[in-house]
Design a protein around this ligand. Structure first.
Ligand code: GLU
Length: 305
């Protein structure tokens, strides 16, 4: 059997010797205060074995990674009807791009762009009377850990400067694709992006996508097998801003990144793997996180291709 622990440790040590490049996300002032040299890794396999390195138990801001969970909740309820409000095509543009929305009549290209995730938040507000509670309890249940919370300082920091997201949301409202008050939808969106998780918690949470829709312990079913397949496909094609093609090329796994420096990747039927390193490349993905995952799938040959 492959020694994941040894391989993870080896790549981790190698990367520590290399220069760490990129910048911590600065456009959310509170995120810029994070120690840029943090580096954590955690892999959990379907036998519930855990392999880890570095700052794997330290919490960081989930940011866009939460979009997979909010999408899953909306998809679980609405199934294919959801695609009337948001598409499933990669956009090839940065995550906060505005221009496409005009020609697309306010229907975002995919649920992982900011516009798409804001629509999904609007959908969740329609589906649930307390959507914040639904999101946080899904995360806590999947992680089997109640120590997962919103981070008020980060949400407030984003609310104070989230002008582009406001522009996106008002524009979609004008096109009829946001049903609630824009301020309320954005409050909810910023709150879910502010949730703090560790690599260990993230790897546990994403086991439902490695286990075809079921939680790690098999007790809960969140998505049907067909739905889990489709969410994994959206992660592969749209999970890395306009670097999704490069991620598929270099790493070869479905995954999602966030501007907090986290990346989670899934090998269906085998494992879920979370990495965290706050310095981002120019596309907004964790520089070291990407390098780690590329070396990992090269060394283990565990990839969907
Ligand atoms: N809350 C962030 C924003 O809307 C999420 C960005 C990200 O992680 O991609 O700008």
């Amino acid at each position: 059997m492959m020694d994941f622990g040894k391989i993870i440790d080896h790549i981790y040590q190698q990367l520590l010797l290399e220069k760490n490049l990129g910048q911590v996300a600065g456009y959310i002032p509170e995120l810029a205060t994070v120690d840029s040299e943090k580096f954590g890794v955690c892999l959990i396999n379907t036998d519930n074995q855990c392999f880890s390195a570095g700052d794997w138990q330290e919490q960081f801001s989930i940011q866009s990674i939460v979009k997979v969970v909010t999408l899953s909740l909306a998809y679980q309820k609405l199934d294919a009807q959801l695609w009337q409000r948001v598409g499933v095509e990669p956009s090839g543009t940065p995550f906060n791009n505005l221009s496409r929305l005009e020609s697309d009549y306010g229907i975002p290209r995919n649920p992982f762009s900011n516009a798409g995730a804001i629509v999904v938040c609007d959908v969740l507000m329609e589906l649930f009377s307390d959507p914040r509670e639904v999101v946080i309890s899904m995360l806590r249940t999947l992680a089997a850990d109640d120590d997962i919370n919103f981070t008020q300082a980060i949400a407030a920091s984003e609310k104070s400067e989230g002008y582009r997201n406001m522009a996106l949301a008002y524009f979609m409202k004008s096109m009829g694709n946001i049903k609630h008050e824009v301020e309320d939808v954005l409050d909810f969106y910023f709150d879910v992006c502010s949730i703090a998780v560790s690599c260990e918690q993230l790897a546990r949470i994403f086991m439902y996508l490695a286990k075809h829709g079921r939680s790690a312990d098999g007790k809960y079913s969140y998505l049907s097998e067909g739905q889990a397949k489709r969410i994994n496909a959206i992660m592969l094609t749209c999970g890395f801003y306009d670097e999704a093609g490069d991620f598929a090329f270099r790493v070869g796994l479905p995954g999602k990144s966030g501007v907090g420096g986290g990346i989670v990747a899934v090998m269906p039927g085998e494992f879920s793997l979370a990495v965290w390193s706050p310095r981002l490349n120019e596309k907004g993905n964790s520089y070291r996180g990407l390098r780690f995952l590329e070396h990992f799938t090269d060394a283990t040959e565990r990839t969907i291709f």
